[in-house]
Structure formats: structure tokens, C-alpha cells
Design a protein around this ligand. Structure first.
Ligand code: HEC
Length: 237
């Protein structure tokens, strides 16, 4: 399998959780099983299960608008926060996990799914960890800049680290890409030369912020401000 540039970018993010040997790219394929019930990433919505964007570091039963089981709500109320290890245990047997956690033999999980393979569990967690940028956005953290991948060989990437969705236009010598990004959303354009990026508060706005982008870099919009005063974090060294 060829190591793609985007995988290299993801690998940078998950380097922060060195305890598991894992493969985010393989995890993307495993996630198809979870995707019967869960969505993750830009534009994700609650389905049969809650949105999993930013699940690592997120308190249990805390995603807005999802109706959790009593047992999961109890786990959240008890202060349970998801990390790689606890998700690893949970997905192998959700009911067993909640019973042990709550010390309640009658606790019951709403998630009717078990993922047995340890490697599959590690990989899917690595994949989920690659959405950490959005996690920081949801928690309103200022740390977002340090979580974005810094080097994206052959590409320039942009992340919407602001709290609202915005319209992004990336122009390189060859292509112009228009993309509506939800908070935490990211996209990349292939280029060796860099290009120009514009961001608009609303799709039909005529004025926004513009900025030149170096190749092989990732840029994060931290805050949208009128009159071309947007705050960015770039990773240019
Ligand atoms: C058949 C549907 C289904 C599948 C498939 C499924 N889940 Fe779930 N998941 C749920 C439901 C429903 C909940 C809410 C559980 C509750 O309230 O007890 C949930 C909850 C979770 C939570 C806790 C979320 C929170 O906000 O506290 C995690 C983590 C999770 N699932 C991970 C996964 C992963 C990883 C996979 C794939 C390996 C997966 N799930 C597959 C239905 C599913």
C-alpha cells in the first residue's frame, strides 16, 4: 500500500497517542462498520448513534441532540471521559463495559454492536483520533493550532477552526476549489507551488479574507473577522 500524503498528515496527529500501534488508514475502512450508525467529520449528524467527531477526550453521553441510554447518561454523570483505552474496551462489548464501569449488573448499552478484533479496534480508534482538530473546536479550546497537521507534502490544506461554517475557496495554478466547511472541517488541494485561499462568512458574501498559502502546509482559520482581519494559524516552519 502506498503511503499517501493525507495519511502522513493524519499520522502526525495521532503521534500524540503513542500507546497503541495503529493505522488510521486501515481504521477508515473499519469505520464503515460503525458508519451504519455513526457519522464523523465535517457535516456529521446524529443517526442511530451519536456523532463521533472529537470523541477522544469527550465526556460520555455529551453530544448535543442525541438521546442516550440511561446507562450511558449515568456514565457521563459519573464523569466518564472517553480516551483510546476506554473506547477500546467499550466497543468490544458495550453492555459488559457499562456494567463494570457503573458497577451495576443491570446496566444496558444502547449500542448493539461488538467489534472483537483488537487490531481493528486500534485502527478504528486511530482513525477517530484523526478528527481531534474538531474536538478542540467543539470545546472552544485555543489549542487547536497545535493539533493541526503541519506538513502536508504535495498539498496545501485548510482547516476551519472557527465556530461557524464558512465558505472556503482555494486557488492554485491549476484548480479552483470551493468548499463549505463545518467547524473542524478540512480539505486539501494538490499543488507543488502553493496558492491563494479566500474565506467568506456566508456563501453569497462578496468580501472575505484572503491569504497566500505556501505549498506543503496546513492553515487553520482560527476566527473569522470582517475587513480581511481573519485570524489564522499557519504552520510555516
Ligand atoms: C448498530 C448501531 C451501532 C454501531 C454499528 C456502532 N455504534 Fe457506537 N453507538 C451506538 C449507539 C446507539 C450509541 C449510544 C449508546 C448509549 O446511549 O448507550 C453508541 C455510542 C458510542 C460511543 C459513545 C458515544 C458518546 O457520545 O458517549 C462510542 C465511543 C461508540 N459508540 C463507538 C463506536 C465505534 C468505534 C463503532 C464501530 C467500531 C460503533 N460505535 C458502532 C450505535 C452503534
Amino acid at each position: 500500500m502506498k503511503l499517501s500524503a493525507s495519511l502522513a498528515a493524519i499520522a502526525f496527529v495521532i503521534a500524540a497517542t503513542p500507546t497503541l500501534a495503529q493505522d488510521a488508514k486501515a481504521g477508515e475502512a473499519i469505520f464503515k462498520k460503525c458508519a451504519a450508525c455513526h457519522q464523523v467529520g465535517a457535516g456529521a449528524e446524529n443517526k442511530i448513534g451519536p456523532v463521533l467527531t472529537g470523541i477522544i477526550g469527550r465526556p460520555a453521553a455529551s453530544y448535543a441532540g442525541f438521546k442516550y441510554s440511561k446507562s450511558m447518561a449515568a456514565a457521563g454523570a459519573a464523569g466518564h471521559v472517553w480516551d483510546a483505552d476506554s473506547i477500546f474496551e467499550y466497543v468490544s462489548n458495550p453492555t459488559k463495559y457499562l456494567r463494570a464501569l457503573l458497577d451495576d449488573p443491570r446496566a444496558k448499552a444502547k449500542m448493539r454492536f461488538k467489534l472483537k478484533s483488537q487490531q481493528d479496534r486500534r485502527d478504528v480508534i486511530a482513525y477517530l483520533a484523526s478528527f481531534k482538530v474538531a474536538d478542540a473546536v467543539m470545546q472552544g479550546s485555543e489549542e487547536i493550532t497545535t493539533l493541526a497537521p503541519s506538513d502536508t507534502p504535495g498539498k496545501m490544506c485548510v482547516t476551519n477552526g472557527a465556530h461557524q461554517q464558512h465558505l472556503f475557496i482555494v486557488e492554485t495554478a491549476d484548480v479552483r476549489t470551493v468548499e463549505m466547511l463545518a467547524p473542524g472541517g478540512m480539505f486539501c488541494a494538490d499543488t507543488d507551488q502553493g496558492g491563494k485561499i479566500s474565506v467568506f462568512e456566508q456563501p453569497d458574501d462578496l468580501e472575505g479574507c484572503t491569504r497566500l498559502m505556501a505549498p506543503d502546509k496546513s492553515n487553520t482559520l482560527v476566527r473569522y473577522m470582517e475587513f480581511d482581519r481573519c485570524e489564522w494559524s499557519s504552520h510555516s516552519q
